[in-house]
Design a protein around this ligand. Sequence first.
Ligand code: ADP
Length: 226
Amino acid sequence: MIYFDKVTKIYSDDTVALEDVTLKIEPKEFVSIVGHSGAGKTTLIKMILAEDKPTKGSVLFESVNVHKLKDKHVPEYRRRFGTVFQDFRLIPGKTVFENIAFAMEAAGRSDDEIASDVPHVLDLVDLGRKIWSFPRELSGGERQRVAIARAIVNQPDVIIADEPTGNLDPVNTYEIVQILKKINDLGTTVVLTTHNKGVVENIGKRVITMEKGRLVRDDKEGRYAI
Ligand code: ADP
């Protein structure tokens, strides 16, 4: 479980990015966080990933206080999350296979595991035929599917997808959301952020709405509400 206990984040220039945020995300949930640009979505994600510290309050992951982790334990903690971003973040000079293998090597996985798991995750995102392509040879939607394959290959507990569809057209957006739903159906928690109401309208899962650093709505099978 991810638990935000009255979290406030004020940046050094006095910007209040999060204000008194209390939030519980259960294992295996699919949660969308929607709000305009500047609402605080990325700041909230950074708190989960221990990339920044709250000014007030605390963030717990399975009862561990995330911001009290010793530096040496942070990389291990972050491996429990798979991350997907708007700009894909693939390594341009590496093939699809190598991009995913690289993430597995970093997690200490063996060559045998890499040889068997990379094709498997690519099948899951329906991209097996592109295994030897370079990112520049792929469409935006395909690049994002590679990024998702890379995010899940080390079997994280949670997938964090921060504006994953921000650079995609509606057809590819729909496909990415369907893939995230499939991953969630297989048992992984998914936290998705977006500023675009169309993205979450038909997911049929929990939607949290943020405005100016505050949570203003929390809908069980929600619709976007700004
Ligand atoms: P969103 O992801 O919803 O667009 P952000 O979390 O990126 O929102 O930003 C929330 C607010 O915090 C915005 O006003 C933004 O300008 C500000 N902000 C974000 N990062 C920083 C930073 N490192 N320093 C100062 N202000 C920041």
